[in-house]
Design a protein around this ligand. Structure first.
Ligand code: ZN
Length: 461
């Protein structure tokens, strides 16, 4: 948990996360008001920008001053309204022509003499999240609105299921490289970026089929992403762990096998030093829950950072060992131990993180296997098993997995199309055990909506 607060507490930004109530349209508006530096000075809206990301659409409203504003959603047709108080358009301001996946158009107009309204016309219902960013170099004050598509079907189902439900463990899966960065290149023009995306998608399929797990891919297509947005995607999803997938290459083609990396102790202490230096410099420093590093003296700050780094590194090692152990039975490993390295991707992530090199594209055998779908799936299955083994032993409080471990059984609601044997194989148990545990007649007939208890054994298979 500490890690999430760390990433979330940026001094320069305030995030207002919309509750479910808003999503259902019950709660209309929340005003976030910021102390304007000079009272009475009319704020000016400078520009509006529209940007489409892989899983969200971002609209950025730039203003000359800190704006008081209100953002709310209206239905029929779906739109998001941004009211800026005490604001007028700058002289050269114009509304952009937008024709996006999510945003159909942008309109704006003055309101009640001193206010200014921006309307985003949407193509579909959307959740939104607001963020206020302070000026940064040449960039003005910015109000950032991120729009996420609403899964209407999901919303419908969660409406009938009791809301007090344990949350899923969120696994951020990060396929390396992408777009103009192919990563390692194997004979015949096989790109690392392609292989690792295929494995990541298989891994998502595996994990999403497990009860209590949900996957978010940092990249789900062939485009390039910096490290920062990758972590942002993980943070925004509330990820519990970060799994980076890569494939290696080496000048000696004989080198082969998969490798699992965790942040080295040296990398960790470098990161610690950097965080403390940032604090000394008065720059952005991580928060720990409600406490900012700026609020405590140097020795306390040091202890806080050390503890957090230690805990992150310890968890990463446990996660890495579990994944390594699962891979060992499936694919050839380069060496049967964890590798430690100060990879930037492992340093920056504020979550337990590992990096898996699935094999060497410079080795003919590995190359052949890594381009084979069945092998890609086996690698993904092994990584998923490792993640599951780790999670079962280290389940965060409040998760379904933690409840399962505690209760020794999973409650499963039968869905349309389910059969007992298929459920049994999905949860690695037998129809006999399910029948016995649930007092089922031997006909194996199950009904949609029926609750089955699925005994929860130690991670196996
Ligand atoms: Zn790579």
């Amino acid at each position: 948990m500490e890690s999430r607060d760390w990433a979330g507490a940026q001094k320069s930004s305030i995030t207002v996360n919309r509750s479910r109530a808003t999503r259902l349209g019950i709660l209309g508006a929340v005003a976030a008001v910021f102390a304007a530096a000079s009272v009475g000075a009319a704020n000016q809206i400078v520009d509006i920008r529209h940007h489409e990301g892989p899983d969200a659409t971002r609209v950025v409203v730039s203003t000359t001053e800190v704006a008081s504003f209100k953002v709310f959603r209206l239905d029929n047709p779906d739109r998001v309204v941004i009211d800026l108080f005490n604001t007028r358009p700058a002289r050269n301001f114009s509304v952009p022509a937008v024709d996006g996946r999510m945003v159909e158009g942008v309109r704006s107009s003055p309101r009640r003499r001193t206010n200014y309204r921006v309307v985003l016309d949407l193509r579909q219902r959307a959740d939104h999240r607001e963020q206020v960013l302070a000026p940064d170099g040449p960039r003005a004050h910015r109000l950032v609105i991120d729009l996420y598509p609403v899964d209407e079907e999901k919303e419908l189902t969660t409406g009938v299921v009791p809301p007090a439900r344990d949350r899923d463990i969120i696994v951020a899966v990060d396929p390396g490289h992408g777009g103009r960065h192919p990563g390692a290149v194997g004979a015949g023009g096989v790109y690392e970026k392609t292989i690792v995306l295929a494995i990541a998608r298989e891994l998502r399929r595996e994990l999403d089929a497990l009860p209590g797990f949900r996957t978010v891919l940092t990249r789900d297509g062939d485009y390039y992403l910096d490290l920062r947005p990758r972590f942002q995607i993980a943070d925004r999803a509330g990820a519990d762990m970060f799994i980076s997938i890569h494939a290696n290459a080496f000048r000696k083609s004989s080198i082969n096998g998969a490798e699992v990396y965790v942040l080295s102790a040296r990398g960790a202490s470098r990161e610690t030093a950097k965080l403390l230096a940032d604090r000394e410099g008065g720059g952005e420093a991580p928060g720990f829950g409600p406490v900012s590093l700026h609020d405590v003296d140097a020795s306390v700050a040091r202890i806080m950072v050390d503890l957090t780094m230690d805990s992150k590194r310890n968890k990463s090692v446990l996660l890495g060992e579990a994944v390594l152990g699962a891979l060992a039975g499936t694919v050839k490993l380069r060496k049967e131990h964890l590798y430690e390295k100060a990879f930037q991707v492992l340093r920056s992530a504020s979550l337990p993180s590992i990096l898996v090199e699935a094999g060497y594209l410079s080795n003919p055998g590995d190359l052949r296997r890594l381009t084979d779908r069945a092998h890609q799936r086996r690698v993904a299955q092994a990584i998923a098993k490792g993640i599951r083994d780790y999670a079962y032993m280290n389940a965060p409080d409040g998760t379904l997995v933690a409840s399962m471990v505690e209760a020794g059984a999973l409650r499963y609601v039968v869905k349309r199309g389910d059969t007992l044997s298929e459920i049994a194989s999905r949860y690695r148990t037998s129809t006999r055990i399910l029948r016995h545990r649930n007092d089922l007649p031997s006909s194996d007939r199950i009904l949609v909506g029926q609750i089955l208890f699925i005994p929860f054994g130690k991670a196996s298979g």
